[in-house]
Design a protein around this ligand. Sequence first.
Ligand code: NDP
Length: 301
Amino acid sequence: MTGEARIIDGKVLAGEVLDRVRAAVEELKAAHGLVPGLAVVLVGDDPASRVYVRAKGKRTVEAGMRSFEYLLPADATEEELLEKVRALNANPEVHGILVQLPLPSQIDAAKVIDTIDPDKDVDGFHVINAGRLMTGQKALVPCTPRGCVLLARRVREDLTGLEAVIIGRSNIVGKPLGQLLLNENCTVTIAHSRTRDLPEVTRRADLLVAAVGRPEMVRGDWVKPGAIVIDVGINRVPAAEEGRTKLVGDVAFDEVRQVASAITPVPGGVGPMTIAMLLRNTVEAACMQKGLPMPGVLRDV
Ligand code: NDP
């Protein structure tokens, strides 16, 4: 196939999702006096994490929700963080809790995640939510994989029967995405660092998702002509100008766009969808806790 792939614009799609979230929040306020609340806890002062947390707080308020932000010092103990999580579990104004990762080494992240009330676990990382997703029960689903599915469905509403290949088997992206794509009736392969002849595997994919963390690993000749390619990777690499850096994905964009039918850019693809899905999950959590159905405007998002 010649010609250039369609660019799937994650900023535009995320904007549409956020508009719907805002409408859903207005509906919940008007009909039930319910204002969804999201609490974000940051431990330490990692600059990148601070930027994420500030962006999340801003978007939360813009969507009409309550935002609660807590900053614990870098030397906070595990027990101090667990105490904060327990207090948020008990706070009825907080419907979603997110503990920003990574955590300092003295704190066991798995223990923290498993202390979050599963019904407030808007990241969808708790084992209860992982189990619910795996067994087809109502679950809070991790934000990035949910965003990937929406991006793919923007190109093709029905993904039924597609050969989907995901590179990466992490608990936060690859594995939950595999389950979501199974739910979409794809035939799913999850590849990883021990996969034999990876390019041969990826060339089978009608839908290829790269979630690895290796700059531009997926080359043009790894991709089946006409495939949909979703690039989750975020890698900071040196730029052409001396001393500058830039962000690239796990996909060699300029090569792959000559072969694929549609591709997400980095930045501006999967990244913006993650915050939009977080706010969507907060609305879902608030509704679940109040025994309300998800507002109609968000039901297919
Ligand atoms: P992890 O490091 O947890 O997982 C990476 C996966 O890639 C592992 O399963 C690993 O295999 C696999 N892998 C590593 N090297 C190779 C290789 N050479 N060939 C095949 N597979 C390989 O990463 P995450 O899932 O957390 O994140 C992946 C990327 O996505 C990162 O760049 C991250 O920054 C980005 N990300 C972006 C988000 C967004 O909002 N856009 C959100 C979350 C992550 P194995 O299991 O065998 O080690």
